[in-house]
Design a protein around this ligand. Sequence first.
Ligand code: NZQ
Ligand code: ZN
Length: 399
Amino acid sequence: MEKFVYYAPTEIVFGRKTEERTAELVKKYGGSRVLVIYGGQSAVKSGLIGRIEKNLEDAGLAVLSMGGVIPNPVLSTARKMAAAGKEFGADFIVGVGGGSVLDTCKAVAHTLAAPEHDVWDFWSGTKVEKSTPIGAVLTISAAGSETSNSAVITNDDKVPPTKRGINNNFNRCKFAIMNPELTMTLPKYQIGAGAADIFMHTSERYFPAILGNHLTDEMAEGLFRDIIKYGPIGVENPQDYEAMSEIMWCGSVSHVGLTGIGCQGDTPREGDWACHQLGMAISALYGATHGATLTAVWAAWSRYVRNENIGRFAQFARKVYGITTADDAEAAEEGIVKTNEFFRSLGMPLSLTELLGHEPTDEEIRNITEECTYDHTRKIGSFKVLDYDDIMAIYNACR
Ligand code: NZQ
Ligand code: ZN
């Protein structure tokens, strides 16, 4: 087993009606002036925002609510919210939503704690050294931002826009309230994209450069099997409490680091993450739904890199799908086909053409590759390190 650090400080409060404990948890973690951040309209329409505000105010807390976070959240919104939060004197942030809301909360939290900085400073090299505490009320199972150390923001000042992530422990929420019933109003497409993202947060960790922790493999394979079982049930029937519960807990476990333990070594992050980088470039340029960008590229990535360690892909196929084919190369291919079937059962695209609604031109492929390589300045991945030409070849293979 390789050396590792595992840090998962978020208090999880799971189950029906748990949002009624929001004020109690804010107080427990020292909040008194609460900035509530939410997205478009879903949480207002469902009455959730009203209930959270009342819960906080009844407990004697001062509340400022701000909506308007869009999927693939943008810098300009975070800046606006940070300025309002500063004027209000917020000492705690409650995010009601999913990855987009929570990542915006993280951006606002860092800026409130160090107001001499612009929000984007933290996404362009400035180290986060302090932050403002955040609590999550999760309404979509997908990004895992409620337990992760990541935050992803799109800089809408830049032309074309650029989407970047940062990872540090100041990105960890103090608490995450997780009531699966709050996810039952989700459109089927969002449930499918969420389940795909959840699968991918473990897939990224399952194909690292460093291997050797059996327990981690068993946990990862269990998580794969669980999301493969319950994802399509949730898409089919969002009112199925058991399925929505399983999907929700999978989402947090998949991105808390547990399914990548022992795969980090001295690298800054456990896992490979190439598919996420490939996907984020597509979201930056087209605003595409995050989970759908991952399903569009995964098979092409897998076929491009699998010979680095074909046995690993064969193990994935055998342990996750029960494939019994003896030959490793054949088993690996069967596992890739099965995974595409799973993505399809979630209603997700399997190519760029399906994702974007048109076949991308050579120029578009070049533009996405430029964004993915930050204009020729970086390589991605660790299972196989991918340079500009590799990345373009993968995008071409998933046209
Ligand atoms: O804005 P509203 O009206 O709330 O609608 C949202 C949004 O349109 C809707 N929604 C959420 N809960 C709902 C609901 N609709 C009905 N009923 C509900 N209960 O769902 C849509 C998508 O929401 P969003 O927050 O964008 O989804 P998700 O959680 O997938 O977050 C995606 C963002 O997270 C980033 C992605 O890149 C993307 O920007 N990620 C963040 C990560 C992290 N911080 O650890 C890791 C991920 O890999 C990912 O990169
Ligand atoms: Zn993701």
